[in-house]
Design a protein around this ligand. Sequence first.
Ligand code: FAQ
Length: 314
Amino acid sequence: MDSKQLEAFDSHVAGEGKVEPKDWMPDNYRQTLIRQISQHAHSEIIGMQPEGNWISRAPSLRRKMILLAKVQDEAGHGLYLYSAAETLGVSRGEMDQALLSGKAKYSSIFNYPTLTWADAVAIGWLVDGAAITNQIPLCRCSYGPYARAMVRVCKEEAFHQRQGFEGMMALAKGTSEQKAMAQGALDRWWWPSIAMFGPPDDDSPHSAQSMAWKIKRFSNDELRQKFIDMAVIQAQALGLEIPDPDLKLNEETGHWQTGPIDWDEFWAVVKGKGPCNRQRMTHRRKAHDEGAWVREAAMAFANKQQQKSEKAAA
Ligand code: FAQ
């Protein structure tokens, strides 16, 4: 590696310049982005499953239409992100294989079950709320294609978060059974949602370099705190209780402090031992196999179009 190239790259990034696909970049910058963007894409794709579980059982036609559109949006996010990763020189097939073989990660949060309708709604409120807290700063990521993809993704996630909150409000202000369902969902999703920001800063091997490269703009703990401060107030507005007896407002800092997060549980889920890891991967592999004919047909069509245009140009 030419040290002048590296110096120019570092000062370009330090000066808030964007890096574009054909620009020179250090190999580990490229590899870090491929890792993060592809895992982000996989999370969007696997993330369709927990809410998808409730499409056929949504409580009204209106809720069904909203949920269908939301799950479809998540598929779209996965596709933008795979395209952004492809600009770094990795193919869609390679990324698919990494997910299907279990080599690539996807977000821990999608390995939890949606036991009731309220769990599907709580995903909109909490998981989209956490996702958007993490993703707004990514709109300023130094890698241009990722930053631009995030602008649209964040607009849609903001809408998803609001529909989740509205759905929680309907349950929380409903009958006592509905309120109990909402509280049950909050009890199940609270801790996994705050863990999804990733390990604490002193146990996050990639953070320092990713922050220096302006891929990440805030640390895992900073983003987690932003989310907690927002979600606690929202839970109060819903009249629901955060399942944490140690939760308290630190008067000095103005931040809500939680009790200890169970990092053993987080790492067990990341390593494949969560309640739904096996189910999620089995479903994804089946969907991939059943979609083989679509990929083959699309390739055959693309080849035919290319032959036609070559013939016309000859
Ligand atoms: N789950 O050193 P760090 C969504 C891994 S999208 C599993 O802190 P980094 C939308 C990490 O990969 C949700 N693994 O790593 C939606 C690394 O392992 P590796 C996804 C995790 O990259 C809503 C190791 O731990 N969002 O929800 C997790 O600097 C509703 C060490 O960690 C994104 O991907 C985890 N939670 O920071 C869809 C956003 N956390 O790769 C449907 C983009 C950490 O060395 C319904 N990604 N790990 O094998 C990021 O911002 C970062 O990659 C972090 C992790 C913050 C996730």
